[in-house]
Write a protein that binds this ligand. Sequence first.
Ligand SMILES: O=C(O)c1ccc[n+]([C@@H]2O[C@H](COP(=O)([O-])O)[C@@H](O)[C@H]2O)c1
Ligand SMILES: Cc1cc2nc[nH]c2cc1C
Length: 351
Amino acid sequence: MTHKNWWLDATAPLSASARGNAQAHQDQLTKPQGSLGRLESIAIELAAMQNTSKPQIKQPHMLVFAGDHGVVTQGVSAFPQSVTIAMLANFVNGGAAVATSCKQQGIQLSVINCGTAANCEHLTQITHKPIMAGTHDFSEQAAMSNEQALAALSLGKEQAERAHQQGCDFLMLGEMGIGNTSAASCLSALLLEQDVSDLTGPGTGVEGAALTRKKEILTASVARAKLLVKNPLDALAQVGGLEIAAIAAAYIRASQLGMPCFVDGFITTAAALLAVKLNPGVRQWLLFAHHSAECGHSALLSALDAEPLLQLGMRLGEGSGAAVAYATVQQALTIHNNMATFAQAAVENKA
Ligand SMILES: O=C(O)c1ccc[n+]([C@@H]2O[C@H](COP(=O)([O-])O)[C@@H](O)[C@H]2O)c1
Ligand SMILES: Cc1cc2nc[nH]c2cc1C
């Protein structure tokens, strides 16, 4: 049974001794110290998370949360709302970028519908937990009630727990929702007290006059919401999204259960920011996959003091950047666990 304010519960501790042992091991491997760059720090951070000097990932799981956004009626996306459900079908049929990458690497993929405008229960491979039929248009009213925001958080918590029960040892979160860059930009602006136009970009491809209009709508939305927001949960209810809430909750619950989390692009980073604002202990359980091309991601990454592994100019979302960067995480662990030491290989160490 979920208790009230469960998100405030302590996150799991990381092991300083395992971190130290993993660092000492890295320093014995046949290479100049530090020459594997970020591959070294990834293996060392996973060592601290798993409390072992030789970390391994055996059961990666990608949870893709989906939701629709009422603000799309203002013309803030380049694509119609129907694409959300069409892409959900594409995820489970294996045709989406994230699905191909997960399949190739043995990553379990689960798709959870938190609330779309139209019913899609015919997609039987999806977990259907609709909280409402998409959010309300937040340029005019709160995206959702506080009760609906809490229900979306509970959904994310439950799904992280389910993955954990199934043996997941590396959790990746993805999202799908036409209009959700608008929600992510507005939520981030409220959480960081920054100008929303500096955090607003093309999303699926809004350009020129339409991008100027998107910025105007989001500026007005934040001005409306600001007067009503006293804490991060209020910000979520005013301008957030159902999938963003669920993802934030999944990061929090995973951190409480000691499951390392891999953050994808702009929208999932906004969810990560919300999670860290709700419970700062979450930050140490987050690894960042890639730097999205979406304008605004840099500001969120610096607010979280995060340095993603890859920068490929991706701006797709759906967990695709995390799935691609997962290959690099596995490379980091393979190298860390299998390289010879200077002593084993009889290579002379530095003078
Ligand atoms: O995660 C990102 O970096 C990212 C950047 C731009 C767009 N997206 C995806 O595009 C959709 C949102 O874009 P939009 O223009 O409809 O707000 C949503 O389904 C996201 O998965 C994702
Ligand atoms: C086609 C398409 C695929 C996506 N995947 C994630 N967001 C998306 C948005 C669109 C428009």
